[in-house]
Design a protein around this ligand. Structure first.
Ligand code: AMP
Length: 214
């Protein structure tokens, strides 16, 4: 790993979309570790641990730190590029374990968005159950072919955790468990940048600008 950039933001803030855009132009410079996709891969392999992961993910609950941490740390260490973690650390325990294992983020980028906007976006989201790529039903990011993933050709559907009551539970988790991660990393001396995701038009340029120097 050359540099380590941590992305934080409520579900649906637009991190995944901006990462796809960034990787389309600068895929040689960066490696994205999307923790939910990493977990989905293990979930789909039919193993005992995969089944455990499935039950947490479907309920919209965080997978326990002892399962997530090593998977992520191994993936970060295996990379020779600047690593961007999407969805990690999401708890103070994960943040502390990351610092303790010598993985010090160069930067933390926070995607800011209101709760009600998150709920609205989840209603309009379609996802690929195979690779995790997301699309929208409102024309903002439609798939090229109706109901089919552009990336891997698998069928698109609504995610179980995009149901409103689950989204609200995830927002509560974000408030209680993930926001404190910011103070842990700030106290440790990590540089923090914020992007206002309510202004949809600005987000891509803002993110690309921050990543330019890395
Ligand atoms: P996401 O697509 O990033 O909202 O993540 C979907 C689901 O993956 C979450 O609801 C959790 O079940 C799981 N997940 C993703 N990242 C983490 C993490 N850092 N720690 C624990 N569980 C996670």
């Amino acid at each position: 790993m050359r540099n380590l950039v941590v992305l934080l933001g409520k579900p649906g803030a637009g991190k995944g979309t901006r990462l796809s855009e960034l990787m389309a132009t600068r895929g040689d410079d960066f490696e994205v570790i999307a923790v939910s996709n990493l977990l989905r891969k293990v979930r789909n392999d039919g193993s005992k641990i995969g089944k455990k992961i499935k039950s947490f993910m479907e309920a919209g609950e965080l997978v326990p730190d002892e399962i997530v941490n090593n998977l992520v740390f191994d993936a970060i260490r295996a990379s020779e590029k600047t690593v961007i973690t999407d969805g990690f650390p999401r708890t103070v325990g994960q943040a502390q374990a990351m610092l303790d294992s010598g993985l010090f983020p160069t930067m933390l980028i926070c995607f800011d968005i209101d709760d009600e906007e998150v709920v609205k976006r989840a209603e309009k989201r379609l996802a690929c159950g195979h690779c995790g790529e997301t699309y929208t039903t409102d024309g903002f990011k439609p798939p090229k072919m109706h109901g089919i993933c552009d990336k891997c050709g698998h069928e698109l559907s609504r995610r179980a955790d995009d149901e409103e009551h689950v989204v609200r539970k995830r927002l509560e988790d974000y408030q209680n468990k993930t926001l404190p991660v910011m103070s842990v990393l700030m106290k440790a001396g990590v540089e923090v940048m914020s992007i206002d995701c309510m202004k949809e038009g600005n987000v891509s340029a803002c993110f690309a600008g921050i990543m330019e120097d890395l």
